[in-house]
Design a protein around this ligand. Structure first.
Ligand SMILES: [Cu+2]
Length: 438
């Protein structure tokens, strides 16, 4: 076995063994390494040391608590959104985190469960100051750290970033333009697993959208060059070193708490287009809503989407608040029962924590994968599991280092506020069927 330039063995096997060896005597507590003064209780319901709160220059405030889990890594709790027109924070999520990174190799030789089996959380790396531009790098205590003497890692970046136009609209005169440049809060960690480095990025936009993405970078796995299996891609001179192709199936687990209630309702929408009837100028498109009242393994397709509807909250137009699930580009991996669907809605169960190889002590027979938990229960507290896959056929450009490849999805507010949360005062009256400008 070859060990790379870092003293810590980076091969998957070595990492797995060291984690297992340390797990026996390890504790599970995690927290900031530096004692911090007790501040007044923050709005996000955690002490100041565990709070992330950012008021963006466009007027929107995001608040959340964080903790660092021994398997999931970064966990964000009590996430709330307060655009400038709202007097109180609007709760969005009870909890948001990764739920697995499943990496099967195309030649059938191996399949990694990076979160539950290969020390994803323990692989948290220190960030150089330059890789959190304009932000703050927080020190995180890693539970079950590889080196128990040094569990503290400067590994959590919080910063802000511009994202270009949030909107633009021509006013009444040629030189009057309503425009705003959008701002985002970014929260991210980098976790090393074997030769790979995974960036786990959470992006909170000032318009209420949340984007969650995992970026794979680092290095192609040294051990996974095999010139003979016919399933790889030649990397390097000629056709000797073939990097074995593989998939990265990333799962997120979202526990919604819209307006402070966990009893959100799931809805699925589908639209069907029909050719024009006689006398019609265009095809018709009919959209239907289906209430998802029982657990569901859902498949994304054109004209289908889902939303989580608040059990209690309405916006100022008296419309139920909701968040829409916006799938990202995915290559769904058909090789495992738990990767066969794009989204799973399951009834909350404390022991159901990871999409595969779930270590929670569910009762015998409950199954170890998320698909098994879709078994007909009524959804009174739905949990959303998103599965986004990427089939990685290496290319020459993947070395060296490997450029970051992102995969993920978004949730976007739908009727959370009565208007665009960034609407300028001059346009605040233009809601609904407003009078055209004269
Ligand atoms: Cu890859």
């Amino acid at each position: 076995m070859r060990v790379n330039r870092l003293s810590r063995a980076r091969t998957r096997t070595a990492v797995g063994l060291s984690v297992a060896a340390l797990a026996a005597g390890a504790t599970t507590g995690a927290g900031p390494a530096v004692a911090q003064p007790k501040a007044a209780a923050a709005a996000a319901d955690c002490s100041a040391a565990y709070t992330i709160e950012q008021k963006l220059s466009t007027g929107t405030t995001w608040r959340m608590c964080y903790r660092y889990d021994s398997k999931a890594g970064l966990v964000l709790n009590n996430i709330s959104y307060q655009p400038k027109g709202e007097t109180k924070p609007i709760k969005v999520l009870n909890s948001a985190r990764l739920a697995q990174i499943d990496v099967p190799y195309d030649d059938g030789s191996v399949e990694y469960d990076d979160l539950t089996g290969f020390g994803f959380a323990q692989g948290l790396v220190n960030l150089a100051s330059g890789e959190c531009p304009g932000g703050t790098i927080k020190t995180v205590k890693v539970p079950d750290a590889w080196d128990p003497e040094h569990p503290n890692v400067k590994g959590l970046c919080t910063t802000t970033r511009s994202r270009g136009h949030a909107y633009r609209m021509q006013g009444n005169s040629a030189n009057q333009v309503y425009q705003a440049q959008g701002k985002d809060l970014l929260v991210y960690t980098v976790n090393q697993v074997g030769w790979y480095e995974y960036m786990t990025e959470w992006r909170f936009q000032d318009d209420g959208t949340i984007n969650m993405n995992v970026g794979a970078t680092g290095s192609l796995s040294y051990e996974d060059y095999d010139a003979g299996d016919g399933r790889g891609w030649p990397i390097g001179k000629g056709a000797k070193a073939y990097a074995t192709s593989h998939s990265h199936n990333v799962f997120w687990r979202l526990d919604f708490g819209l307006d402070g209630s966990s009893k959100g309702k799931v809805e699925q929408y589908d639209s069907a287009v029909t050719a024009p009837a006689a006398g019609q100028q265009a095809p018709t498109n009919k959209t239907t809503r289906t209430s998802v009242t029982k657990e569901l393994a859902g498949d994304a397709k054109t004209y289908r989407w889902w939303r989580m509807v608040s059990a209690t909250g309405k916006n100022k137009d008296n419309h139920a608040r909701s968040y829409e699930i916006v799938p990202g580009t995915t290559t769904r991996y058909p090789g495992r029962s738990f990767t066969k669907h794009d989204v799973y809605f399951t009834q909350y169960n404390k022991c159901e924590q990871y999409a595969s190889n779930n270590p929670g002590n569910c009762p015998a027979g409950a199954g170890k994968t998320v698909d098994k938990w879709v078994n007909g229960q009524t959804l009174t507290h739905p949990i959303v599991w998103m599965n986004v896959g990427f089939h990685h056929i290496a290319r020459d450009e993947d070395q060296q280092p490997m450029p970051v490849h992102w995969q993920g999805f978004s949730i976007a507010p739908r009727d959370v506020t009565a208007m665009n949360p960034l609407t300028p005062d001059a346009l605040a009256s233009q809601n609904g069927h407003w009078q055209p400008r004269s």
